[in-house]
Design a protein around this ligand. Structure first.
Ligand code: SD4
Length: 353
């Protein structure tokens, strides 16, 4: 316990060391035009991993101007979905075992409305399709060919999402002929990363983006989007498009999202669990910790070498995060602190290999 406290303290210190440059000029302009967040203080957007910083900045151009949190999170996650350097979200995501790029995404409003797509091919912005499922159908989740058909009917363009770089990595992986899907590749050491992903891991090699936002009125929303595990079995669906697993939002309480090995998160209805723990009085930090402990306690051996991380935000704008393994980061943007990258505390203190 005291070790964990020490680590928490270290993480907080690390937070200031990781503080990033201030908001982009566009986002700063959005703030200064209004002077402060319209409607008062308390609006905040948080998201998983380092790529959450530019994504939060995009979301803030909406939230900081008094926009709805739902529009903010959709706008925010479009950034990594479009980023070709990112091989775990949207276009340029690593393909499955058969060389197909299949995308998962979900979006949820704090009033309970939600939409999702899973194993969607050929559409560069699955989060936009998820929102259309929410708004234009009586359903919550569309998958595979049905999801693609729906997207095309809605006017989305069919594209090849496999970039030459991702195809090259897939061909490298095929040489090993080993089925070893990898999540949280940035936590792997260089050699294992090369072996499994066919390219060096590094700063641009991140995972799912889960984004949560609250406005000054306590309205919440969340979005989650990913290409899932590299080299997964064709048809595999992770936690990200499963409401209650990869994402859950409730205006009465707060919101949660997850990253890491989706199977463990689904088994434990992870994000719903975090929100329910907050409903029972836990802080976002305590709720994330308890959810991680629950997952590890159920399968201690299996989870020893695996990453799962949760990020939570309550309706007062307080946030927290916790992961099994070291290396999980999350980005925070609000009117007081602007953009920051924070090292999440974790259960184990060693980076796993
Ligand atoms: C999945 N949770 O498809 C996603 C992958 C991920 O960090 O988040 N990796 O299981």
């Amino acid at each position: 316990m005291s070790n964990r406290r020490d680590f928490l303290r270290t993480s907080l210190l690390a937070t200031s060391a990781l503080a990033l440059p201030r908001l982009s000029r566009a986002a700063t302009a959005a703030l200064s035009v209004s002077g402060k967040v319209p409607g008062g203080v308390g609006a905040r957007v948080v998201s998983t991993w380092d790529f959450g910083v530019p994504a939060n900045q995009a979301a803030w151009t909406v939230l900081g101007n008094g926009g709805h949190p739902l529009d903010a999170v959709e706008t925010g996650v479009l950034v990594p979905e479009a980023d070709l350097r990112n091989h775990s979200v949207g276009r340029a995501g690593y393909p499955d075992r058969d060389g197909k790029v299949t995308l998962d995404a979900s979006i949820m409003d704090g009033d309970g409305r939600c939409g999702a797509v899973a194993a969607l091919e050929h559409i560069a912005h699955p989060i936009k399709v998820a929102r259309k499922v929410m708004e234009d159908t009586p359903h919550v989740l569309l998958v595979g060919d049905g999801a693609l058909e729906f997207a095309l009917q809605e006017g989305f363009k069919k594209e090849d999402l496999l970039t030459p770089e991702s195809a090259k990595a897939w061909h490298e992986w095929l040489k090993t002929a080993k089925y070893t899907p990898v999540a949280n590749s940035e936590n792997l050491d260089y050699h294992r990363t090369v072996q499994n992903l066919g390219m060096p891991g590094g700063k641009n090699n991140h995972d799912t983006i889960g984004m949560l936002a609250v406005d000054a009125h306590g309205r919440l929303a969340g979005a989650c989007t990913t290409s899932g595990m590299a080299w997964k079995l064709h048809g595999r669906v992770g936690d990200s498009p499963i409401i209650g697993a990869g994402l859950y939002v409730d205006n009465e309480v707060g919101a949660a999202t997850s990253t890491g090995v989706g199977e463990e998160v689904i088994r434990n209805a992870g994000s719903f669990l975090v929100v329910e723990l907050m409903r029972q009085g836990r802080s976002p930090q305590q709720a994330c910790e308890e959810a991680v402990h629950r997952i590890v306690k159920k399968r201690p051996e299996a989870t020893k070498d695996m990453q799962v991380g949760f990020l939570a935000l309550n309706r007062d704008g307080e946030c927290g995060a916790y992961a099994i393994q070291k290396g999980f980061t999350y980005a925070v943007c609000d009117v007081q602190q602007q953009d920051r990258l924070i090292a999440s505390p974790s259960l184990y203190q060693t980076t796993y290999t």
